[in-house]
Design a protein around this ligand. Structure first.
Ligand code: NAP
Length: 546
């Protein structure tokens, strides 16, 4: 799909409106969406809560934050010139470099002039009579547009735990998402971190290097695997650049758009020796290979999954010297890979350091945060800094923090109270002219790969609407029902949907979201694209347009 050469869009119908298109968010999806709308020649405005571009890579400044997809699979692919100009320095690039990259993109394509920073969209109301959106900003300003595109990310509604006394703590404390811009010196400090998800795991490895004492408060452990990161030399970058077409093609073929594809063999068809050799090789290889490139049945067959889990457990036992701590770090409530796998570098070895303590809050629950630290059922520990790595109200949470009102006063939050209902993850019935880049029930995975597709599909519909002078583009109730049922059905047999995680919407950290809901399309991105491409090439006949 290309967005070029289509600037013949009529804007006559939109003259009375401030803009043709308003985009919320200037992260990975939002920046590209803005570029595409400009390429169509539309009057477009983006609103961004941060003071700079980058979204996830703007907010998450905690030490150790980095890609878990290979950098050279994560960058944008829409501009060959950009790919020719940008050198990745590490196979899994760190947050400062990722933020620099997204700033480079914003500058290269002149996007900044159409972005209003430091501005939160608080509400969006569909104006039925005009077929347009009124957007309300935290400045109390109101702006109107024909189309509204949400590019608000999937992990951008951070959640603080509801522990008594949090506000009474006299030291420094923050959620990892709201990490301060100024550098924090941990040297000799007493530090607590609550949570052991992917974020905490990246941060713990770094903070443990300098902290006087680091206490990790763990509720449930996660299965982690080695990142095996490395620097990229100039020569290697040249080689990667030459192989970009092949790399991108490969990503297009895999279910999550990662570079790794599953081994066609079934776990139990191989001998124990072959299995061991295969897993050792994966464990020593970079990135998600051990998760996405494992045996074909690893995420669907319980016995296969148990064997893979046992392999990873044996690695944890080898790496953590104290057997009691090792057992606490081995998940017992879910199998390997059934939650997104945090990638680590020396996470397990951290627990062999004398300045690091694992506090299992199942044994000694947190009672409250005090002025000086954290009180568990057995003792109070004193801290200089408390870090909340307690995750997100994922995927739908950010939508719910905006008061989005569609036709007949329907509130999106209400419509989705039992789980999201969408058409292709792009549209919601009753909310015409609103498109979601990377919305719930769309194909997720390697973020930029999947976001580029989302953005291009939305661009296609908007171009179609502008060319045909449509002022109302809407999902039908039948379309939404069928897509939602289809997505729910696809998720039924997956081990991944048996365990609560941000992907299943059952995060224990989010009050009131304890009922499992399928949040994402799990049929693989190639099939997702196939489905959506057919709708586009068929002239969007499954949408209601007038
Ligand atoms: P998360 O996976 O949801 O983890 C949150 C952690 O906080 C869990 O360990 C959770 O424990 C704990 N927690 C929440 N509330 C708590 C409470 N009241 N008391 C004690 N513990 C509590 O969130 P995340 O670590 O921020 O990661 C989310 C996703 O972000 C990842 O899966 C990944 O996709 C993405 N991410 C990617 C990268 C990358 O490498 N690019 C890095 C970081 C994050 P329970 O498990 O018991 O609920």
């Amino acid at each position: 799909m290309s967005v070029n050469g289509a600037s013949s869009c009529s804007q006559n119908n939109n003259k009375q409106l401030d803009y043709d298109v308003i985009i919320i968010g200037a992260g990975v999806a939002g920046l590209y969406q803005l570029h595409c709308m400009r390429e169509l020649g539309l009057r477009v405005k983006s609103y961004e809560a941060g003071s700079g571009v980058g979204g996830t890579w703007y907010w998450n400044r905690y030490p150790g934050a980095r890609f878990d997809s290979e950098s050279w699979t994560y960058g944008y692919s829409f501009s060959k010139e950009l790919m020719d100009e940008w050198d990745w320095k590490e196979h899994f690039s760190s947050q400062p470099e990722n933020e620099r990259y997204l700033n480079y993109v914003a500058d290269k394509f002149g996007l900044r002039e159409d972005i209003q920073f430091n501005t939160t969209v608080t509400a969006a109301k569909y104006q039925e009579a005009e077929g347009s959106w009124e957007i309300i900003l935290d400045t109390k300003e109101k702006v109107t547009s024909r189309f509204l595109i949400t590019a608000i990310g999937i992990l951008s509604a951070p959640v603080m735990p509801t522990i008594e006394g949090i506000s009474q703590f006299k030291g420094q404390s923050f959620h990892t998402y709201h990490w301060p811009k100024e550098e924090i010196d941990f040297t000799g400090k007493n530090v607590a971190i609550i949570g052991t998800g992917a974020t905490a795991i990246q941060a713990i490895q770094e903070i443990a290097k300098d902290a006087g004492q680091l206490s990790v408060y763990q509720r449930n452990p996660n299965w982690c695997a080695p990142l095996n990161n490395g620097k990229i030399s100039k020569d290697e970058m040249q080689d990667i650049r030459a192989r970009y077409p092949e790399i991108l093609e490969r990503c297009k073929e895999t279910p999550g758009c990662y570079i790794h594809s599953t081994d066609p063999r079934k776990t139990l068809e191989t001998s124990p020796e072959d299995r061991q050799e295969f897993w050792e090789k994966l464990y020593a290889s970079p990135g998600f290979g051990i998760w996405q490139g494992n045996f074909d049945d690893m995420l669907v067959d319980r016995e296969a999954n148990d064997l893979a889990s046992e392999f990873i457990a044996s690695k944890i036992r080898q790496r953590v010297k104290d057997p009691v701590t090792a057992e606490k770090l081995i998940p017992k409530n879910h199998g390997f890979g059934t939650r997104r796998v945090p990638l680590e570098t020396h996470y397990y070895e951290v627990y062999n350091q004398s300045n690091v303590e694992l506090v299992d809050i199942n044994d000694t629950p947190i009672e409250r945060v005090t002025e000086n630290g954290i009180m568990t059922s057995d003792q109070e520990r004193h801290f200089d800094i408390i870090i909340y790595a307690t995750g997100f109200d994922a995927i739908t949470g950010t939508f719910e923090r905006i008061d989005i009102e569609g036709e007949q006063g329907a509130k999106l939050k209400e419509v989705w109270k039992d789980g999201p209902q969408t058409y292709l993850g792009f549209l919601v019935q009753g909310f015409p002219n609103m498109f979601m880049a990377m919305g719930p029930h769309s194909g997720l995975g390697n973020y930029t790969r999947t976001a580029e597709y989302s953005v291009e599909w939305i661009t296609g519909v908007i171009r179609h609407a502008m060319e045909k002078d449509f002022t109302r583009v809407a999902a039908t109730s039948e379309g939404v029902r069928d897509w939602t049922d289809y997505v729910l059905g696809l998720g039924e047999d997956l081990l991944m949907n048996e365990i609560g995680s941000w992907m299943t919407g059952v995060n224990n950290n989010v009050e009131g979201k304890k009922v499992p809901r399928i949040m994402r399309y799990s049929g693989g991105h190639p099939a997702f694209r196939d489905h959506c491409d057919k709708i586009a090439s068929g002239g969007y006949k499954t949408l209601s347009c007038n």
